[in-house]
Design a protein around this ligand. Structure first.
Ligand code: M6R
Length: 598
């Protein structure tokens, strides 16, 4: 969602630091952006669109040593200059990530106290509230405590105050880091925003106020006692954002999947299956697993469900986090709640994790971003090693999450004696050979041809049964998010119960056929749509005699690993379609990489 950066420096380099930081944070939101800096008073510059547009308005000759910046993903009020952050009311200027839920009632109260509002944002209300409390207390830290007591919802704030040389920050349910460098100190939504300039970082805890001066960062609790800090060195390798010759980050990340698979699984299998058992928690004590996630991470959960239920004989319930967090959950002390998240910051998934933990249920997080909130809060962490994923549409993190869920299924199946030594040997052989098979599948030249056949259509259907249905859902999401084609995924046998009415002459239907016992069934469903005019595209690991208009053959491997190969054509067909439709592949409209609001 929105991205925040702030700098209090010993040099006068603020404008460069803010623009660099916002560029690094652009993946979080790219509706509009703005900065506020001190130089003979507080100056604000805003712009709609990308950071490049904002940069055109910035005069780098202006010297300043304090500033805050923001890249917006609109929640309240449309995308325009007025609604864009920073917002200023009275003595206070702020940038905000999150949602102030009681902003309507607060606005009314503030209007009764003669505050006037120019925007439709909840942030302007937050700013006015801080200004009110600052006027009452004459102390910004006391004002922030009162603010925390009064507001409901989520926030990460960067605050500057007229006549005060510090930046102040507080947060709740939205991420924020504070960081130190030789030439000054920083706040940001993500370390990546400041890693070029800062050397050490810490995640700001909730209920803590950070006071950032040019040579120190001081933390206060709600009683305004100073509390200890815990800074860690920044891993500078995250600064590497080179596209390595690829046109888009998404394509680069698709090509990284063989390495990501190797990196993610290898440490668990150093000594074969024994080390997998040693290095993972004991899952046999659970008789039920809930997997909770959003978007593509939810789809990995559906793949995991198929594998864990089939190989480990444990019922797995997969739920969308935004539903799970508010519903009645039937978990008990023999339930493990697994949250899956690339960023480790997705608001709904985090809330689901906290709910389960609050009910004393064991939680495990499968997360990519080191040090993220979920990584820190879950009882058990299984970190995937996808490296930094920049494209908004996930590819390599999806695969690494699937790989981790496959390892959990393998661990359980082996611990419970559900698979024999020979099958384990075959699986380990397939694991060793998988990176090469992934590489070959990525290099299949057919994807462009298929993209050419479908890119002008208004809708595309994906069908499959069993695990192939879970993969259809990911294929469909990938296509719609980057190409804006309306696509739907259906369990292959379900289409004829209504949706088949949408199949017209030329409608593309992509069928996934990798489950041996279900392939013939899905072929029949493909025939049904073909006889109604559909263009059929089959993705299969079976040597089937079919009547498809297009066929993509992928290598056949053990079922625990098959999804990792099956997803490659889905990713690359979507990529090629989006390219033909001239879409902004890495930053699709309306989306953000890290969804930190509900
Ligand atoms: O960071 P997370 O894995 O928790 O994010 C979950 C979803 O927002 C994410 O997978 C989203 O669906 C992507 N745009 C998919 O490409």
């Amino acid at each position: 969602m929105c991205g925040i950066v702030g700098y209090n420096g010993k040099d006068k380099n603020t404008l460069h630091v803010l623009i660099d930081g916002l560029k690094a944070l652009e993946y979080r939101g790219y509706d509009s952006a703005g900065i506020a800096y001190k130089n003979n008073g507080i100056n604000i510059i805003k712009s709609v669109g990308k950071i490049d547009e904002l940069e055109k308005k910035v005069d780098y000759n202006i010297k300043s040593n304090i500033g805050i910046g923001h890249t917006r993903w609109a929640t309240h009020g449309s995308v325009n200059i007025t609604n864009c952050h920073p917002h200023n009311v009275g003595d206070i200027t702020i940038v905000h990530n999150g949602i102030i839920e009681n902003f309507n009632s607060l606005k009314e109260e503030l209007e009764n106290k003669k505050y006037k509002f120019n925007t439709k944002t909840d942030t302007e209300v937050a700013c006015a509230l801080i200004d009110l409390f600052y006027n009452e207390t004459k102390d910004i830290k006391k004002a922030l405590v009162k603010f925390m007591d009064k507001v409901e919802g989520s926030y990460a704030l960067g605050v500057i105050v007229k006549g005060d040389d510090n930046i102040y920050s507080v947060r709740k349910d939205s991420p924020l880091i504070v960081a130190k460098g030789d030439n000054g100190n920083f706040i940001a939504s993500d370390t990546i925003a400041v890693s070029k300039y800062a050397d050490s970082v810490m995640y700001l805890k909730e209920n803590i106020i950070a006071e950032i001066s040019s040579d120190n960062i001081t933390l206060f609790d709600r009683d305004l006692n100073i509390v200890e800090n815990d800074f860690k060195e920044i891993d500078k390798s995250i600064n590497n954002t080179d596209k390595c010759g690829y046109d888009y980050y998404m394509l680069k990340e698709i090509h990284e999947q063989p390495k990501v698979f190797r990196d993610t699984v290898s440490s668990y299998l150093e000594n074969g299956i024994d080390s997998l058992i040693d290095k993972m928690p004991d899952f046999t004590k659970y008789n039920r697993i809930d997997i909770v996630a959003c978007g593509s991470a939810y789809h990995t959960g559906l793949v995991g469900k198929n594998l864990i239920e089939e190989f480990a004989d444990i019922p797995v319930n997969v739920e969308v986090a935004s539903e799970y967090r508010y519903k009645k959950n039937f978990y008990d002390d023999k339930t493990l709640v697994i949250v899956v998240s690339q960023s480790g910051e997705t608001a709904d998934t985090l809330a689901a994790l906290r709910k389960a933990k609050g009910d004393n249920i064991d939680t495990l997080a499968i997360v990519n971003v080191e040090g993220s909130t979920m990584a820190r809060e879950a009882n058990i962490l299984l970190k995937i090693k996808a490296g930094r994923e920049i494209a908004v549409a996930t590819t390599k993190a999806y695969s690494a999450q699937v790989a981790m869920l496959s390892l959990i299924a393998l661990n359980l199946a082996s611990a419970k004696g559900n698979i024999d030594k020979n099958e384990i040997k075959d699986i380990l052989k397939d694991i060793k050979e998988l990176p090469v098979k992934l590489e070959n599948t990525i290099l299949n030249p057919e994807y462009e041809k298929i993209a050419n056949a479908i890119y002008e259509n208004e809708s595309v259907f994906f069908i499959g049964r069993g695990i192939d249905y879970a993969l259809s859902m990911e294929g469909s999401l990938k296509l719609k998010e980057i190409s804006y084609i309306n696509s739907q995924a259906y369990a292959a046998g379900e289409l004829k119960h209504g949706t088949i009415s949408l199949i017209d002459e030329g409608t593309p239907v992509i069928g996934i056929l990798t489950e041996d016992n279900l392939v013939l069934k899905t072929i029949s469903n493909m025939e049904e749509v073909k006889s109604r005019g559909a263009v059929t595209i089959g993705i299969t690991n079976n040597n089937i005699d079919s009547n498809f208009d297009y066929k993509i053959e992928i290598p056949k491997v053990h079922k625990l690993l098959q999804p990792l190969l099956t997803v490659i054509p889905l990713q690359l067909i979507s990529y090629e379609v989006a390219k033909l439709r001239k879409c902004n592949i890495d930053q699709p409209k309306n989306l953000a990489k890290s969804v930190t609001v509900e």
